[in-house]
Ligand binder design. Structure first.
Ligand code: GLU
Length: 468
């Protein structure tokens, strides 16, 4: 069997962590099996479509590296399939079911045709074919309903959940084609999946309830069913619904923060799936080698922002040096860092970064106001129970700094060492007051490299000294 998967987003907003997981899984699964991955924009609900959303989806998918290898030829990379461009195909297929007696026209207009449970009562189901044909030919408005079984069960075989049965009586003769000729949601999905020869319908658990209806439509076409796999839901860290507030950031936001696409792919692939050897940090190629349906669990999973950060840090560490340095330099230069300083800072921060955007946070101290620094110093010394007056330490350090022949981390390191030596103090007694005075923090990466980013006169000024 040729594996063919699809991602079928509706253009109602940007991709966020919850829905892009489905795209990632479909893409990895197709690659794992040497198959094809298709993008289909489900844009038939005109009222919900958001202008620009399709372009946003495409940008996000491309940035993540989730390319599709098939679609309308638009010159250059393939375009996506759009359901809205397939209206005639859908209606022709609905008519085919009508001809085969698997669907019937329904002329009911009002509420009287709906039972108390809002299910269609089937008044038109039993009209004889000659009558309905005549009414259709006369141009009487009608929609098309699928002839569904009234008894028994509908079986959905799910690769993740096993076989699930739905009582047939719970599903009425639902509409497949509206009176205006437009396909309904489930019908459009099935016709497209069928014509696009989708072998595996992999999607979120929320779609499980649509599946019995879709199975009936496949059956009406007498087409072999695809494999269905409903991935577990991704919940918020507190077990609630994953929302923007609970951390379901949009892919575009993560991109703007300088996240690594491979880290997002890596982290999200671990939600509901696990590596056979329980490895967690995997390159995209390793994921494509390993990801398969047999290790997907049905239990809900929770989004864990800390774990995502951790995966981001590991992936940052795994970047080839030239790639890391190019991006980090760019970010540092954007923040006004220049010359010999840039590479040591890039090196210093590397192990702490989950995204390039975090560089700004680590360098926020450069712009900290005197008042903030003063407050931080007082609070920090109290918290750390350091009672000695830091004045002499600052003066001694300033004096060494002023004498240093060349500015840079070495000069700062030597000045700190020299001041400690002069005053006979060591370790935290030296480092904590100085770090507080210079950065407003009690802990952080190598102080000498950080301080060199301030420049000599600012470093002296923060010690209450002046550039002699
Ligand atoms: N258009 C649906 C959605 O955005 C997906 C349909 C499907 O995967 O079958 O959730």
């Amino acid at each position: 069997m040729t594996v063919r998967t699809r991602f079928a987003p509706s253009p109602t907003g940007r991709l966020h962590l919850g829905n892009v997981r489905t795209a990632i899984f479909n893409w990895l699964f197709a690659r794992h099996h040497g198959g094809a991955f298709i993008l289909r924009i489900e844009d038939t609900d005109l009222e919900r479509n958001l202008p620009g959303a399709e372009a946003g989806l495409i940008e996000d998918l491309r940035w993540l590296g989730l390319e599709w290898e098939e679609g309308p030829d638009v010159g250059g990379p393939f375009g996506p399939y759009r359901q809205s461009e397939r209206g005639e195909i859908h209606s022709a297929h609905a008519r085919r079911l009508l001809d085969r007696g698997r669907a019937y026209p329904c002329f009911c207009t009002g509420e009287e045709s709906m039972g108390e449970d809002r299910r269609y009562t089937g008044a038109c189901r039993d009209l004889d074919r000659a009558t309905t044909r005549a009414r259709v030919d006369r141009g009487e408005p009608h929609l098309l309903r699928l002839m569904t079984p009234r008894e028994g069960v509908i079986e959905v075989k799910d690769e993740v959940r096993g076989t699930i049965t739905f009582p047939a009586k719970d599903i009425d003769d639902f509409v497949i084609l509206r009176a205006d000729g437009r396909a309904t949601y489930n019908f459009g999905v099935v016709v497209d999946d069928m014509l696009m020869k989708i072998s595996h319908v992999i999607r979120g658990a929320g779609h499980l309830s649509n599946t019995p209806k879709q199975v009936l439509i496949w059956g009406a076409f007498e087409a072999p069913l695809p494999c269905f796999a409903h991935l577990p839901d991704v919940l918020a860290p507190d077990g609630g619904k994953l929302s923007k507030r609970s951390g379901a950031a949009a892919v575009a936001e993560l991109r703007a923060e300088g996240a690594l696409p491979q880290a997002i792919v890596n982290y999200l692939s671990l939600l509901g799936w696990s590596h056979p050897e329980e490895r967690e940090i995997l390159s995209v190629d390793e994921l494509a080698d390993a990801v398969d349906l047999d290790r997907v669990g049905a239990a809900d999973t929770a989004f864990d922002p800390e774990k995502m950060r951790w995966v981001g840090q590991q992936q940052m560490g795994a970047l080839p040096d030239p790639v890391y340095f190019e991006k980090a330099r760019h970010e540092l230069q954007r923040m006004g860092m220049a010359g010999d300083l840039v590479d040591p800072l890039a090196e210093l921060l590397r192990s702490r970064l989950a995204t390039f955007g975090e560089i700004a946070g680590h360098l926020a101290f450069v712009k900290r106001s005197d008042e903030e620094l003063r407050d931080a110093l007082a609070r920090g010394l109290a918290d750390e129970k350091i009672t000695a007056d830091p004045g002499p330490l600052f003066a001694a350090t300033a004096s060494h700094l002023r004498d240093a022949p060349e500015w840079g981390p070495e000069a700062v390191r030597a000045a700190i060492g020299g001041a400690g030596h002069d005053l006979g103090i060591r370790g935290r007694e030296v480092y904590i007051p100085l770090r507080l005075a210079w950065t407003g923090e009690t802990h952080g990466p190598d102080l000498a490299v950080l301080v060199s980013a301030l420049g000599r006169s600012e470093a002296l000024r923060r010690l209450g000294a002046h550039d002699g």
